[in-house]
Write a protein that binds this ligand. Structure first.
Ligand code: NAD
Length: 303
């Protein structure tokens, strides 16, 4: 099955270099018209974004640059307004822009915590909010958030980054539910790539293997018409995996053991992985607990 994005309009944030640049070039190669966003100077000019636009145009594509911060909502709204003026629609939004402010939690200033949340979480919220009504009206939208193995699993010295990266997973879970009736699909990418962000953090041979270009086919897939929704696609060096979160079946401690000691005594059963479930919405957990308790107590829940 070949994937075409002819006639579609895509916004990629933080696309002046690294993964974002590679995603923008890959989407443009499929025929999409690109808005290449990256941090700009005081005149909102991003030399890196301009260079990516020039590459796309030289290859026969269409692109414009927007040199502003995703953390500034007014500027994000301006970016989307300019996109609508030029092309009249937004089919694809790739939230990729990001920064690091690494320190152990003990040494981390709260301002650095807030800054990372502002760029990764609120930047993603700002951009997604700015295109949401447009995608609803079009009855079409493909939105990708960039999470990280740090959010999914943790990483020493990255409390702010990990919290922000897991926050976008929570955002995806609900926007998937709210967007599905409008044919808006929302997914996460968890990339691993040799870029300015990871320079010096991995051996050279690993850095060279984990190219941004080997990740971007994952973004093209998540942005395509037949994309899944609510998936977390992990990608690095041409290898791909899916992250899922499972919940154990659990047990009811009713009627006599609903105590901290009861939980301690039953810990093996509570955390037993047999029959683990990939719950699709928060209320499925509520329903499960109601059923477990009712079964234990012989209560008829009706329905
Ligand atoms: N490289 C990896 O292994 C890796 C792993 C997990 C997640 N990620 C995520 O992938 C994304 C891309 O990372 P990368 O490795 O290409 O990093 P990078 O530093 O090479 O590129 C990030 C780009 O985002 C831009 N940017 C930063 N703040 C911005 C803002 N407020 N508004 C607009 N643009 C902004 C930067 O100018 C830069 O061009 C980030 O969200 C990062 O957290 C990367």
């Amino acid at each position: 099955m070949s994937i075409s994005m002819d006639g579609q309009v895509a916004i990629v944030t933080g696309a002046g270099r690294g993964l974002g640049r590679s995603h923008a070039l890959a989407l443009a190669a499929r025929g999409a018209k690109l808005v290449v966003n990256d941090l700009g100077d005081e005149n909102s000019v991003s030399e890196n974004a301009n260079a990516v636009v020039a590459e796309i145009v030289a290859a026969g594509g269409e692109a414009i640059a927007h040199g502003v911060s995703v953390a500034d909502n007014a500027q994000v709204e301006d970016m989307v307004a300019k996109t609508m003026e030029k092309w009249g629609r937004v089919d694809i939004l790739i939230n990729n822009a990001g920064i690091l402010r690494d320190k152990t939690f003990q040494k981390m200033a709260l301002d650095d915590f807030r800054l990372v949340i502002e760029v990764h979480l609120m930047g993603t919220v700002n951009c997604t909010k700015a295109v949401w009504d447009i995608m609803r009206e079009q009855q079409y939208g493909r939105v990708v958030f960039t999470t990280s193995s740090t959010g999914l699993y943790g990483n020493f010295g990255q409390a702010n980054y990990g919290a922000a990266k897991m926050a976008v997973v929570g955002l995806m879970n609900t926007l998937h539910l709210e967007g599905s009736k409008y044919n808006i699909r929302v997914n996460c990418l968890a990339p691993a790539a040799g870029t300015a962000m990871t320079d010096g953090l991995m051996p050279q041979a690993v850095f060279d293997l984990l190219t941004p270009e080997s990740v971007s086919p994952g973004v093209v897939f998540l942005a395509s018409e037949n994309a899944p929704s609510r998936a977390i696609l992990c990608a690095g060096g041409g290898s791909f995996a899916v992250h899922k979160s499972f919940e154990t079946q659990g047990i009811s401690l009713l009627p006599d053991n609903v105590t901290a000691e009861g939980i301690a005594d039953a810990w093996d059963a509570i955390s037993n992985e047999d029959g683990m479930q990939d719950l699709q919405a928060g209320f499925e957990q509520t329903t499960k607990f109601a059923k477990l308790g009712a079964a234990k107590m012989g209560i008829d829940l009706g329905g």
